[in-house]
Design a protein around this ligand. Structure first.
Ligand code: COA
Length: 167
Protein backbone atom coordinates (compact mmCIF):
# COMPACT_ATOMS: atom_id res chain seq x y z
CA UNK A 1 0.00 0.00 0.00
CA UNK A 2 1.23 3.50 -0.76
CA UNK A 3 2.28 5.99 1.91
CA UNK A 4 -0.54 8.42 2.61
CA UNK A 5 -0.27 12.11 3.36
CA UNK A 6 -1.38 11.50 6.94
CA UNK A 7 1.38 8.91 7.45
CA UNK A 8 3.87 11.61 6.49
CA UNK A 9 2.53 13.87 9.25
CA UNK A 10 0.76 16.31 6.97
CA UNK A 11 3.58 16.99 4.52
CA UNK A 12 4.41 15.44 1.20
CA UNK A 13 7.56 16.20 -0.76
CA UNK A 14 6.61 18.24 -3.82
CA UNK A 15 9.38 16.49 -5.75
CA UNK A 16 7.22 13.35 -5.55
CA UNK A 17 4.20 15.10 -7.06
CA UNK A 18 3.92 14.62 -10.81
CA UNK A 19 2.02 17.15 -12.90
CA UNK A 20 0.80 15.59 -16.15
CA UNK A 21 -1.98 15.92 -18.72
CA UNK A 22 -5.22 14.25 -17.66
CA UNK A 23 -6.15 10.84 -19.10
CA UNK A 24 -9.60 9.37 -19.58
CA UNK A 25 -9.21 7.07 -16.56
CA UNK A 26 -8.51 10.11 -14.28
CA UNK A 27 -11.97 11.63 -14.81
CA UNK A 28 -13.66 9.85 -11.84
CA UNK A 29 -10.87 11.16 -9.53
CA UNK A 30 -11.19 14.66 -10.97
CA UNK A 31 -14.95 14.55 -10.35
CA UNK A 32 -14.39 13.29 -6.78
CA UNK A 33 -12.12 16.28 -6.05
CA UNK A 34 -14.57 18.64 -7.76
CA UNK A 35 -17.47 17.34 -5.60
CA UNK A 36 -15.40 17.90 -2.46
CA UNK A 37 -14.45 21.43 -3.55
CA UNK A 38 -17.36 23.24 -5.20
CA UNK A 39 -21.05 23.88 -4.62
CA UNK A 40 -21.77 23.62 -8.35
CA UNK A 41 -20.57 20.63 -10.34
CA UNK A 42 -20.00 20.17 -14.05
CA UNK A 43 -21.63 17.16 -15.70
CA UNK A 44 -19.22 14.37 -16.72
CA UNK A 45 -19.61 15.33 -20.38
CA UNK A 46 -17.98 18.71 -19.75
CA UNK A 47 -14.80 16.98 -18.51
CA UNK A 48 -14.77 14.56 -21.43
CA UNK A 49 -15.23 17.33 -24.00
CA UNK A 50 -12.57 19.43 -22.27
CA UNK A 51 -10.14 16.51 -22.29
CA UNK A 52 -10.64 16.09 -26.04
CA UNK A 53 -10.38 19.77 -26.94
CA UNK A 54 -7.67 20.93 -24.49
CA UNK A 55 -5.58 17.87 -23.61
CA UNK A 56 -2.38 19.83 -22.89
CA UNK A 57 -3.95 22.39 -20.51
CA UNK A 58 -6.13 20.00 -18.51
CA UNK A 59 -3.61 18.76 -15.94
CA UNK A 60 -3.64 16.56 -12.86
CA UNK A 61 -1.30 16.35 -9.86
CA UNK A 62 -0.47 12.76 -8.98
CA UNK A 63 1.17 11.52 -5.80
CA UNK A 64 1.96 7.85 -5.26
CA UNK A 65 -0.38 6.90 -8.09
CA UNK A 66 -3.26 8.93 -6.65
CA UNK A 67 -4.77 11.99 -8.34
CA UNK A 68 -4.83 14.75 -5.70
CA UNK A 69 -5.57 17.86 -7.75
CA UNK A 70 -6.40 19.20 -11.19
CA UNK A 71 -6.54 22.36 -13.26
CA UNK A 72 -8.56 22.97 -16.43
CA UNK A 73 -7.64 25.83 -18.77
CA UNK A 74 -7.87 26.78 -22.43
CA UNK A 75 -6.63 29.39 -24.86
CA UNK A 76 -9.41 31.65 -26.08
CA UNK A 77 -9.39 33.11 -29.62
CA UNK A 78 -8.67 36.55 -28.11
CA UNK A 79 -5.44 35.05 -26.69
CA UNK A 80 -6.60 35.03 -23.09
CA UNK A 81 -5.54 31.80 -21.41
CA UNK A 82 -8.57 31.11 -19.25
CA UNK A 83 -8.44 29.03 -16.06
CA UNK A 84 -11.79 27.29 -15.89
CA UNK A 85 -11.30 25.29 -12.70
CA UNK A 86 -8.60 24.39 -10.19
CA UNK A 87 -8.97 22.25 -7.08
CA UNK A 88 -6.88 20.17 -4.71
CA UNK A 89 -8.09 17.21 -2.64
CA UNK A 90 -8.97 18.69 0.81
CA UNK A 91 -6.52 16.27 2.49
CA UNK A 92 -3.63 17.70 0.47
CA UNK A 93 -4.28 21.46 0.60
CA UNK A 94 -1.81 24.02 1.88
CA UNK A 95 1.21 22.08 0.66
CA UNK A 96 1.95 23.92 -2.56
CA UNK A 97 0.07 21.62 -4.94
CA UNK A 98 -2.37 24.31 -6.11
CA UNK A 99 0.56 26.65 -6.76
CA UNK A 100 2.42 23.95 -8.69
CA UNK A 101 -0.62 23.20 -10.88
CA UNK A 102 -1.26 26.90 -11.49
CA UNK A 103 2.35 27.60 -12.36
CA UNK A 104 2.53 24.71 -14.84
CA UNK A 105 -0.70 25.63 -16.61
CA UNK A 106 0.31 29.31 -16.87
CA UNK A 107 3.63 28.28 -18.48
CA UNK A 108 1.77 26.07 -20.95
CA UNK A 109 -0.80 28.76 -21.84
CA UNK A 110 1.92 31.36 -22.43
CA UNK A 111 3.84 28.90 -24.65
CA UNK A 112 0.65 28.47 -26.67
CA UNK A 113 0.46 32.24 -27.19
CA UNK A 114 -1.60 33.61 -24.29
CA UNK A 115 -1.13 37.37 -23.72
CA UNK A 116 -3.16 37.32 -20.52
CA UNK A 117 -4.23 34.68 -18.05
CA UNK A 118 -7.77 35.23 -16.77
CA UNK A 119 -10.21 33.62 -14.37
CA UNK A 120 -13.33 34.18 -12.29
CA UNK A 121 -13.38 33.54 -8.54
CA UNK A 122 -16.12 33.84 -5.89
CA UNK A 123 -15.71 37.10 -3.95
CA UNK A 124 -15.89 35.02 -0.73
CA UNK A 125 -13.05 32.67 -1.76
CA UNK A 126 -10.31 34.48 0.13
CA UNK A 127 -7.86 31.55 -0.01
CA UNK A 128 -7.99 31.29 -3.79
CA UNK A 129 -7.86 35.11 -4.19
CA UNK A 130 -4.72 35.18 -1.99
CA UNK A 131 -3.16 32.47 -4.16
CA UNK A 132 -3.92 34.33 -7.40
CA UNK A 133 -2.68 37.67 -6.01
CA UNK A 134 0.55 36.01 -4.99
CA UNK A 135 0.93 34.96 -8.61
CA UNK A 136 0.40 38.57 -9.78
CA UNK A 137 -3.27 38.36 -10.80
CA UNK A 138 -5.23 41.59 -10.27
CA UNK A 139 -8.96 42.10 -9.74
CA UNK A 140 -10.24 43.74 -12.93
CA UNK A 141 -13.96 43.85 -12.25
CA UNK A 142 -16.71 42.44 -10.09
CA UNK A 143 -19.33 40.44 -12.00
CA UNK A 144 -22.66 40.74 -10.19
CA UNK A 145 -24.57 37.46 -9.73
CA UNK A 146 -22.07 35.42 -11.76
CA UNK A 147 -22.72 32.16 -9.93
CA UNK A 148 -25.99 30.18 -9.96
CA UNK A 149 -26.55 30.88 -6.24
CA UNK A 150 -26.30 34.62 -6.90
CA UNK A 151 -22.79 35.23 -5.56
CA UNK A 152 -20.61 37.77 -7.38
CA UNK A 153 -17.29 36.90 -9.02
CA UNK A 154 -14.07 38.82 -9.42
CA UNK A 155 -12.62 38.65 -12.89
CA UNK A 156 -8.86 38.53 -12.36
CA UNK A 157 -6.08 38.94 -14.93
CA UNK A 158 -2.36 38.35 -15.11
CA UNK A 159 -0.54 39.88 -18.13
CA UNK A 160 1.78 37.29 -19.68
CA UNK A 161 4.67 39.77 -19.78
CA UNK A 162 4.44 40.16 -16.00
CA UNK A 163 4.82 36.41 -15.44
CA UNK A 164 8.33 35.75 -14.31
CA UNK A 165 7.78 32.25 -12.98
CA UNK A 166 6.41 31.16 -9.67
CA UNK A 167 7.14 33.41 -6.65
C1 COA B 1 -7.52 27.14 -3.99
C2 COA B 1 -6.78 25.79 -3.91
C3 COA B 1 -6.76 25.15 -5.30
C4 COA B 1 -5.33 26.06 -3.45
O1 COA B 1 -4.63 24.84 -3.45
P1 COA B 1 -3.50 24.53 -2.36
O2 COA B 1 -2.76 23.32 -2.81
O3 COA B 1 -4.09 24.50 -1.01
O4 COA B 1 -2.62 25.84 -2.52
P2 COA B 1 -1.12 26.07 -2.06
O5 COA B 1 -0.76 25.13 -0.94
O6 COA B 1 -0.28 26.08 -3.25
O7 COA B 1 -1.27 27.53 -1.44
C5 COA B 1 -0.63 28.61 -2.01
C6 COA B 1 -1.10 29.92 -1.41
O8 COA B 1 -2.49 30.11 -1.60
C7 COA B 1 -3.02 30.85 -0.53
N1 COA B 1 -4.04 30.04 0.11
C8 COA B 1 -4.46 28.82 -0.30
N2 COA B 1 -5.46 28.40 0.49
C9 COA B 1 -5.68 29.37 1.41
C10 COA B 1 -6.59 29.54 2.49
N3 COA B 1 -7.51 28.60 2.78
N4 COA B 1 -6.54 30.67 3.21
C11 COA B 1 -5.64 31.64 2.92
N5 COA B 1 -4.73 31.54 1.90
C12 COA B 1 -4.77 30.41 1.16
C13 COA B 1 -1.87 31.19 0.36
O9 COA B 1 -1.33 32.42 -0.11
C14 COA B 1 -0.93 30.05 0.08
O10 COA B 1 0.36 30.38 0.37
P3 COA B 1 1.01 29.99 1.81
O11 COA B 1 0.78 28.51 1.96
O12 COA B 1 2.44 30.38 1.66
O13 COA B 1 0.25 30.80 2.81
C15 COA B 1 -7.45 24.83 -2.87
O14 COA B 1 -7.57 25.53 -1.64
C16 COA B 1 -8.82 24.32 -3.30
O15 COA B 1 -8.94 23.30 -3.96
N6 COA B 1 -9.88 25.03 -2.92
C17 COA B 1 -11.25 24.63 -3.27
C18 COA B 1 -11.53 24.87 -4.74
C19 COA B 1 -11.35 26.33 -5.11
O16 COA B 1 -11.78 27.23 -4.39
N7 COA B 1 -10.72 26.56 -6.27
C20 COA B 1 -10.53 27.89 -6.80
C21 COA B 1 -11.74 28.28 -7.59
S1 COA B 1 -11.53 29.82 -8.42
Amino acid sequence: MSTSYRELGGKIPLTMVVIRPVRLFDIPDVMRIERASFREEYPRGVFLTFLESNPDTFLVAEYNGRVIGYVMAYLRPDLEGHIMSIAVDPDYRGMGIGSTLLSEVIERLIKKGARYIGLEVRVSNLGAIALYERFGFRKIKRIIGYYADGEDAYYMLLPADEWGGRN
